[in-house]
Design a protein. Structure first.
Length: 640
């Protein structure tokens, strides 16, 4: 035995353990599923490594998972002959939450505490399934030995803030975890009872690829020659006896290789949970065998809930790659584009090289063909969904689909058809671009949109006044990613997309006589505001408001500028155009004052007010709010 060291859990792990132990008491049996999943993953890794380093595994290639219970010692043990772990790996994997997910997990904990009790999906979602053992155990001991290592490692903890770790002698490769079970509470399952464990394995882990073996107590007939009989030949005493025999608890059927009609919804649900480590039910299942020059099996699930780390760069892709039911890799980004990374599933391609690397995958013609077909299947499924079901999906994953518009040129039109937006006319409902086009006015040539932070501010934006007056519908876009969507999606089904904020809307012609009448004042205002605006022009957007800001056709929108600044990025200096409503009585009075005395200092104040009103109307921040407040107060005092 090596020197035993005691180490403290990181703070977030202590919080996690406390929450798991006290919040998931009604889902106690999940620890069996989670530990079997981890054991299965360890064997997957061993089988993959075996392809290139067979000597490391030559002593034991009968891959399996073994469960054992002891009612007297009150223990539950799970063992595997998978890849095993080194001392450093134990510290990295068990002493802390996976580093990439720590921040996301803590964020999720906070949200969970505010909304409801901790949800079980957090357990698997952040790679912390091992800790579920502490729901039922006072103490957990892990013994492991990595493939090729000379020594084993023992990790032990009561889950109360620290753990011990030491090197040990361990005969075989793999990992064994022993749970020293708590005293059961009233109504609890008995996790030392063979048939309880058998039922849980059948329910949650029947499809696991490797045999889950348990030494079960059975009744068997006593051989005839051993039965004690009376003088009349009738048995005296028992004719059956209790024996213990190894029994495989799971069917081990690769669910994706079975006929579609032979797999029940319940089996799909459990398999989805197994590969995704989520606890929601799949919203949709895609189970298909592709046949032709090459054959491969595909099983994909569309989740019903978006994971909390969906947009984090370190998030893994949900697809796993197999070859003849041998695990090749998870997080297989080559099988689906990044924006569809939320899809969970398996592809089993018998014609793949078992030693395939990620670099080879990128160039592999078969993989490219598979990817193309998977994307088609997902689109077909989404397009065929009932309206209510699709709205449920879009509410969770709409932003992911939007992320595909700038990146997937080949499928841009098909993706665009899946987008949904609220509009100036839709109320609480969202509409598709096809719906929008079907409802367009006869004299309307373009699809109008406006981007911003909230529906309320967009609905009341002065930029929409002329469009509303014409009864033109406008798409209201409030996701930051919509800015990138509109930069890439310039038209849809021959209809150009036009920002209500940028360029000339070309709706109402400006009265030339009125334009000439105000030209001197506009030049004056431009001179006063030249540090802040590119130009001051007569507006064809405004009907009721006095001023607004607009941009060039290819300029940056106000919302985009705000997004970039909020993320700490430098934005290019860009001046926008201030538009004024020459039919507004305020402009008429300013014009009268200007024509009376161009040197009147109050004209400078009015210039500033017109600009500030335009900034406020689009939800922007004033450079000098105190000055605006003082000027407004002064005007009110004079008017009353």
């Amino acid at each position: 035995m090596g020197t035993k060291k005691t180490r403290k859990f990181k703070t977030e792990v202590q919080q996690l353990l406390h929450l798991i132990i006290h919040s998931l008491y009604s889902n106690k049996e999940i620890f069996v599923r989670e530990l079997i999943s981890n054991a299965s993953d360890a064997i997957d890794k061993a089988r993959f490594k075996e392809q290139t380093e067979p000597a490391l595994f030559a002593d034991d290639t009968d891959f399996h998972i073994r469960l054992a219970t002891d009612s007297e010692a009150k223990t539950f043990t799970i063992s595997d002959n998978g890849i095993g772990m080194t001392l450093d790996e134990v510290n990295d994997n068990i002493g802390t939450i996976a580093q990439s997910g720590t921040a996301a997990f803590m964020e999720a904990l906070e949200k969970s505490k505010k909304e409801t009790s901790l949800s079980p999906e957090l357990i698997g979602q952040f790679g912390v399934g091992f800790y579920s053992a502490f729901i039922v155990a006072d103490k957990v001991r892990l013994d492991t030995r990595a493939a090729g290592a000379e020594k084993g490692v023992r990790w032990e903890s009561d889950g109360k803030g620290s753990y011990t770790i030491e090197e040990i002698e361990k005969e075989k490769r793999g990992t064994s975890i022993t749970l020293f079970l708590k005293d059961p509470e009233e109504g609890d399952q008995d996790f030392t009872e063979d048939y309880t464990i058998q039922h849980i394995v059948k329910k949650h882990s029947d499809f696991v690829t490797y045999p889950v073996i348990m030494n079960m107590e059975k009744s068997e007939p006593i051989p005839e020659n051993e039965v004690i009989k009376d003088s009349e030949g009738k048995p005296i005493g028992d004719t059956y006896r209790k024996v213990r025999k190894d029994e495989t608890l799971n069917s081990m059927k690769a669910i994706w290789a079975r006929a579609k009609e032979d797999v029940t919804p319940e089996e799909h649900e459990e398999f989805y949970k197994h590969i995704s480590h989520n606890w929601d039910k799949p919203l949709e299942t895609i189970h298909k065998r592709f046949e032709g020059v090459t054959e491969y099996d595909v099983l994909m699930y569309l989740p019903s809930k978006a994971p909390m780390d969906m947009f984090r760069p370190e998030r893994k892709n949900g697809m796993q790659l197999y070859c003849k039911r041998v695990f090749i890799m998870d997080d297989c980004k080559e099988l689906l584009p990044e924006y569809l990374g939320f899809v969970q599933g398996v592809v089993d391609a018998p014609d793949l090289n078992l030693n395939v690397s990620r670099e080879i995958l990128q160039e592999d013609r078969l993989v490219r063909n598979i990817r193309k077909n998977l994307v088609k299947q997902i689109f077909s499924t989404l397009e065929g969904m009932e309206k209510e079901k699709y709205e449920e999906f879009y509410g969770e994953f709409g932003q992911s689909l939007k992320a595909g518009i700038p990146t997937d040129y080949e499928n841009k039109e098909r993706l665009a058809a899946l987008l949904r937006y609220k509009t100036t006319k839709s109320g609480d409902k969202s509409v598709s671009l096809d719906d929008y086009i079907a409802n367009m006015k006869e004299d309307q040539k373009e699809i109008y949109f406006l981007t911003g932070e909230s529906l309320t501010s967009l609905l009341n934006s002065p930029l929409l006044e002329s469009l509303k007056a014409r009864d033109f519908e406008v798409l209201l876009m409030v996701d930051p990613i919509d800015e990138w969507v509109t930069q890439s999606l310039h038209e849809y089904k021959t209809k150009k997309l036009k920002s209500a904020e940028k360029g000339d809307l070309d709706l109402d012609k400006v009265d030339d006589e009125k334009k000439n009448e105000y030209s001197a004042l506009l030049s004056f205002l431009k001179g006063k505001l030249e540090a802040r605006v590119k130009d001051v022009v007569v507006s064809n957007r405004l009907k009721d408001s006095v001023s607004c800001l607009s941009g060039d056709d290819w300029g940056m929108s106000a919302y985009m500028e705000k997004i970039l600044k909020a993320s700490g990025q430098k934005t290019p200096d860009q001046k926008r155009v201030m538009e004024v409503n020459v039919n507004h009585p305020v402009l008429e009075k300013i014009k009268g004052l200007f024509e009376t005395d161009t040197t009147n200092p109050v004209l400078t104040d009015y210039s500033d007010l017109l600009y500030d009103i335009a900034v406020i109307s689009e939800g922007g921040k004033l450079d000098n709010p105190a000055r605006f407040s003082a000027l407004l107060g002064d005007l009110m005092a004079k008017a009353i």
